[in-house]
Structure formats: C-alpha cells, structure tokens
Design a protein around this ligand. Structure first.
Ligand SMILES: Cc1ncc(COP(=O)(O)O)c(C=O)c1O
Length: 398
C-alpha cells in the first residue's frame, strides 16, 4: 500500500507517541505570541541562582575545569552530596552510593532503565510529574495511578497504594512534597508506606527534589532512613528547585553501592557525565552559605499566604499545600473545564497557568499555579483575573 508519510515519520519507533507536541508546549507557544504575560505555569523559580554558585562555575571555566569527569560525577561533589544527605535528612550514604546526573530528570530515566522490564507495573501518585509515566512507558512498563484527593490535601494514602499492588508491581514512586499538589506525605504515613514496601517486597523511588521547601507546621521524613528501607530505596534529588538552578541541569541518585555501580554504564550512555562547570556550581551550592535558600523559602511562604485567600475569594477551592511552590486549585466555580479555563485566562488576562490534566489528573477541574512571580506580579495577576472575570467565567458569581 502506498503511503504519503515521509520516510522518517514512517521510521518512528512504537515508543514515540502519535500525538503532536503536548498541550503544555502548545500553551507555551500561545503565550509566546502575547506580551506582558504573567507566567505562573512552569516550575522554574523567578529567583536567579545565588551569585556565589554562578561565580564558582565561572572560576571553574577560567581554570579549564571543562573536561569530562568520571561518569558518576566528581568525587568531591559526590562526597558533598553524601554529607548534605546526612546532615539535612539523616540519610546514610557514602560517596560510592551517589551518582550525579543531568538533572533529576535524567535520574528518573536512568532508574526506570535499571528497574523496569516490559509489563512491570510502577505505582505513582495521581496527579504527578508525568515524566514518570513517559520514562516507565519507554521501558515497556505500565504506570499505575494511586489517586489523591483535595479533601485530604492530596496526601498519599497507604491503603490506596496497597489496594493496587499486584504480582507485577516493581516499584512505588513517592514524591514528597508532590508536584503539582504541594502535598507533603506526613512521617506516620511514610512509616506505613515503608511497611507496605517491606511486606510486598517492592522498591521505593523517593523523589525528594522539593524536600527543602517545606512550610511551617509540616515535616519531611526521608523513607530510606527507616529500618530496612535503605536496601530497597532509591533516593532522587537535585539542585533545580532548592537552589534556583533549573538550567544548570544537576541532579543525583543515592542508593546502595552495588546498585549505583550498575548504573554507571547506562549513565555513561545517556550523557557521559553531567556538565562539568555545573558540577562545580553544585559543589559551591552545597558547601557555601545556605541563607539564600531560607530567603527564597520565606518569599514562597509569603506568596502562598497571599495566594490561598485570593483564590478562595474568587470562589475557587484548594487543598493546603504544605511544601514546594505550587497551589493546586479547583476552578469548577468558573463553569469551565481546567484546560478551557487556562486558555481563557491566558487570552483574557494574560496569566499563564497549567491544567491538572497535564499532570495525569483524570479530574479536569484543577489548575496548577506556581508561586514563582514576585509579590507585585502575583497581586497584578489576581487583579487581572478579577477584571476579566465576567469574560472568563461562564458561571455567574454566587
Ligand atoms: C517531582 C519532580 N521530579 C523531577 C523533576 C526534574 O527536575 P530537574 O531535572 O530540573 O532536576 C521535576 C521538575 O519539575 C519534578 O517536579
């Protein structure tokens, strides 16, 4: 049969999806055509990387530190990561139990390459950061959603996890605080989850990329600190969110040494090593002053304190995000589905937010709003929404 498809399109492997670019990309392209958009879509801090971190990378370049490093990363960085995990989270990893990656993103893919055989099931919260879906699917595995709900502040429920365990379950992805909900899984639940993992003999992939961004009154517990858990846990983390270092592309995996050793060749295949100047920057981030993180966290807390009541005043509801820098908001009061709401909001108010459907949510009433604009811009966003309300909402104010 004759086909009109160009050769390379016919040549695409089955793992490449048929659909066009994602809704996220289309929304970003639509926003790029407008001027003065208030961007509260992406998870990219508005703060710049603290100066001393950028200076460390410049110095590294000036000193010709721009060659390949060991695939696992610079020994001094691996050692600093191990020290940081011990001092900040009570985790017990040695230098040979750390592998540095090009962002946590690469760490996710590497872990799935190492763990998932075709047909294996991987449990993950819904909604979630959907790179997890793509990575599992690219390895022939099956993502299995564990739903979370607004009435529980989107907390992960151990019973909901256990219900979905089958003989094919290979791993559980635990992301706390979670993206897009900001939900922090409290320590007592983490203990129950650890118990489930031990009883059912499953691996836990603990993504702790937001673990330094916890608001007052909440607590983070790293699951690998619990008895018997280090052996079955892979801890993922990175510098993007905590240190406002999204473009530097540095993340890491911490796990027992024999497992880490097995990751070195696939890691070499993906990108040989994480960017060398960026590794120097990451080293400065861990060993330099930590005050900039506290300042950023204070700013996120202030923005959150403004945004939650402002959204409720508009008739929306939201859980109580205990960490990260997102507010997962129910926009049912607008009378629009979340994707439609996002398009109308962009066109009428020039405010960019993402629908929850981009995060694997099957409920289309939610948007994710990032607290990643200065206060005056966030105030303006709310003013613009109020001013455009009659044009956006199809349901009149109650
Ligand atoms: C839960 C989670 N994990 C991993 C990542 C990837 O982060 P990076 O590759 O910038 O370290 C993100 C980015 O938004 C995320 O939200």
């Amino acid at each position: 049969m004759e086909t009109t498809q160009p050769m390379l399109m016919r040549a695409l492997a089955a793992r490449i999806k048929d659909e066009d670019v994602s809704y996220r990309t289309r929304l970003l392209e639509r926003a790029a055509k407008l001027t003065d958009v208030i961007a509260m879509g992406r998870g990219d801090p508005d703060f710049h990387t603290p100066r001393h971190i950028a200076e460390a990378a410049k110095k590294a370049i000036d000193e010709n530190q721009h060659h390949y490093t060991l695939p696992a990363g610079m020994p001094q960085l691996r050692s600093a990561i191990a020290d940081h995990l011990a001092s900040d989270f009570g985790l017990d990893y040695g230098q040979d139990e750390i592998i540095v990656t090009a962002g946590t993103q690469e760490a996710v893919m590497l872990c799935m390459l190492a763990l998932v055989n075709p047909g294996d099931e991987v449990l993950m919260p819904r909604p979630r950061f959907t790179t997890y879906d793509t990575a599992v699917e690219m390895c022939g595995g099956v993502p299995v959603s564990v739903p979370t709900f607004e009435h529980d502040d989107f907390a992960l429920m151990p019973a909901e996890i256990e219900k979905r365990i089958t003989p094919r379950t290979r791993a559980l992805v635990l992301v706390t605080p979670n993206n897009p909900t900001g939900a922090v899984t409290p320590p007592d639940r983490i203990r129950e989850i650890a118990d489930i993992a031990r009883r059912h003999d499953i691996v836990v992939l603990s993504d702790e990329i937001y673990a330094k961004l916890i608001f007052e009154g909440s607590e983070h517990l790293s699951i690998a600190t619990l008895p018997g858990m280090k052996d079955r846990t892979i801890t993922l983390n990175g510098f993007s969110k905590t240190y406002a270092m999204t473009g530097w592309r540095i993340g890491y995996i911490a796990a027992p040494a024999p497992f880490i050793r097995k990751l070195i060749e696939p890691r070499h295949t993906l990108s040989i090593n994480a960017s060398t100047p960026s590794q120097w920057a990451a080293l400065a981030a861990l060993t330099g002053p930590q005050e900039p993180i506290q300042e950023m966290l204070r700013a996120y807390a202030e923005r959150r304190a403004f945004m939650l009541p402002a959204l409720r005043d508009l008739g929306f509801t939201c859980g109580n995000p205990a960490g990260a820098f997102y507010v997962y908001t129910n926009v049912e009061a607008s009378g629009l589905s979340a994707p439609r709401f996002c398009e109308r909001l962009l066109d009428e108010a020039r405010v960019l937010v993402f629908p929850g459907t981009l995060f694997g949510d099957t409920d289309d009433r939610y948007i994710r709003l990032s607290l990643l604009q200065p206060m005056e811009r966030m105030r303006e966003a709310i003013d613009r929404i109020k001013a455009a309300r009659d044009r956006i909402f199809v349901r009149p104010k109650a």
